[in-house]
Design a binder for this molecule. Structure first.
Ligand SMILES: Cc1cc2nc3c(=O)[nH]c(=O)nc-3n(C[C@H](O)[C@H](O)[C@H](O)COP(=O)(O)OP(=O)(O)OC[C@H]3O[C@@H](n4cnc5c(N)ncnc54)[C@H](O)[C@@H]3O)c2cc1C
Length: 380
């Protein structure tokens, strides 16, 4: 399948990233899960290799490798430890946003540092009363001369506490439809009035920071407004498509690992005097896991390919996300089943895969919301 979407350049890149991750991330992956801590040094090393910059031009220190390469890199990191990839994701998304919608001055100041992983990002949309209903956000940015005064609160923010740059979506005009009255601001971590808490833990993604961002009369320069005032909803919808492809690749990375581990385990585990891989019920599981995974990857890479051709992928990105996340949940559950009692212990990574996979049916827009988007596009 890879030959459909990969050029020689992509195959070379995959060899390179596999070699790098085997040396740098593989030895850490179990410790990250058990200690619930991702060493910042590994994030920095991934950044230094150029893996934060595939969607950023070389002019701003990006690697300009494109979306297919981005999916490939994301899959490879996620195969080993998806929490590390999830930490990188907001940087990819805000890098994409800033490159496409930011001013030259903003790119000069911030984009290079995002491209190299020097500065980490948070993407701040969700609020207590605005989850699936993104247009319901209440955080406000009130213009006062050359500054905006930001007030409100954001919930479930990945990288809250470790990010340097928080991209915060706010209402700048209450009198119009939020689709025309929303704007996005880059807020630096030490800004007075910005506070961050991490009051809960997560079911999976061990090591990922997640928390609440509160803004109380935070003064933000008008120079930190990304794009035109009122354009934040449109730029968010565009960025969501990249997010959905990225999250699909993370799911597919988990599924690839779960399938590989299951095949290896089934060939080695002896019951009734033969490897369990010789039982037809186990073979059926492996066959269905492999088929679903191929379909999920085809949906994801074809959506990425369409986007590289500048075609609108609203429907295709949602299809990839909802299918890849469901597939990851199903494959990881079967992987635990194939591992029997071992699968339920933390001696094998399949329990981690199963906990991690569930996130992707919720984060980046729930499966229900993806299906509403698909149906809306189909019924147009
Ligand atoms: C680990 C993690 C990391 C996250 N990271 C970020 C981040 O970095 N930045 C950020 O902004 N957000 C982040 N989120 C938030 C995430 O995007 C939201 O949780 C998600 O969009 C759902 O919103 P909600 O939790 O408020 O659920 P709700 O919107 O309250 O939904 C609850 C249930 O109702 C369903 N539902 C809602 N509306 C409809 C409808 N119209 N039709 C049918 N069913 C519906 C949903 O599908 C869901 O099953 C993160 C979440 C998690 C768990």
């Amino acid at each position: 399948m890879d030959d459909i979407f990969f050029s020689v350049k992509h195959h070379t890149l995959r060899r390179e990233i596999r070699e790098f991750l085997l040396k740098e991330l593989e030895p850490l992956k179990d410790d990250i899960n058990l200690k619930k801590e991702i060493p910042l040094s590994i994030i920095k090393k991934i950044g230094e290799k150029g893996f934060f910059g595939p969607l950023i031009p070389k002019k701003y220190e990006g690697s300009e490798l494109g979306l297919i390469a981005h999916c490939l890199i994301t899959e490879e990191i996620s195969k080993i430890n998806v929490a590390v990839s999830v930490t990188r994701t907001p940087c990819i998304l805000n890098g994409y946003l800033l490159n496409k919608y930011g001013s030259e001055q903003q790119k000069g100041l911030f984009l290079k540092k995002i491209a190299t992983g020097e500065k980490l990002c948070g993407i701040c949309v969700t609020e207590e009363e605005a989850g699936s209903n993104v247009a319901g956000i209440k955080t406000v940015a009130q213009k006062k001369g050359n500054i905006y005064l930001l007030n409100g609160s954001k919930k479930f923010i990945t990288n809250a506490g470790i990010a340097d740059y928080y991209f915060i979506w706010c209402i700048t005009n209450k009198n119009v439809n939020p689709r025309n009255g929303t704007s996005v601001f880059l807020v630096e971590k030490d800004t007075p009035g910005l506070t961050i808490e991490n009051p809960y833990g997560l079911m999976g993604l061990n090591g990922v920071y997640n928390g609440i961002i509160t803004l109380e009369n935070a003064e933000i320069s008008k120079d930190n407004l990304i794009g035109e005032e009122g354009s934040g909803f449109q730029s968010l919808m565009d960025t969501f498509n990249i997010e959905r492809i990225t999250l699909s690749s993370e799911c597919n990375g988990i599924s690839l690992a779960a399938l590989e581990d299951s095949k290896r385990y089934a060939k080695n585990r002896i019951q009734f005097n033969k490897p369990i891989s010789e039982f037809q019920l186990i073979k059926l599981k492996i066959a269905e896991m492999a088929t679903k995974l191929r379909a999920a990857r085809l949906l994801t890479y074809s959506a990425a390919q369409l986007k590289e051709m500048n075609i609108d992928i609203t429907k295709e990105a949602s299809m990839a996300k909802t299918f890849s996340s469901r597939t990851a949940v199903e494959i990881t559950s079967e992987a635990v089943q194939i591992h029997g009692g071992d699968g339920y212990t933390d001696c094998y990574p399949v329990e981690r895969y199963m906990r991690d996979a569930k996130f992707f049916q919720i984060g980046g827009g729930t499966s229900e919301i993806q299906n509403l988007i698909i149906a809306r596009e189909e019924l147009k």
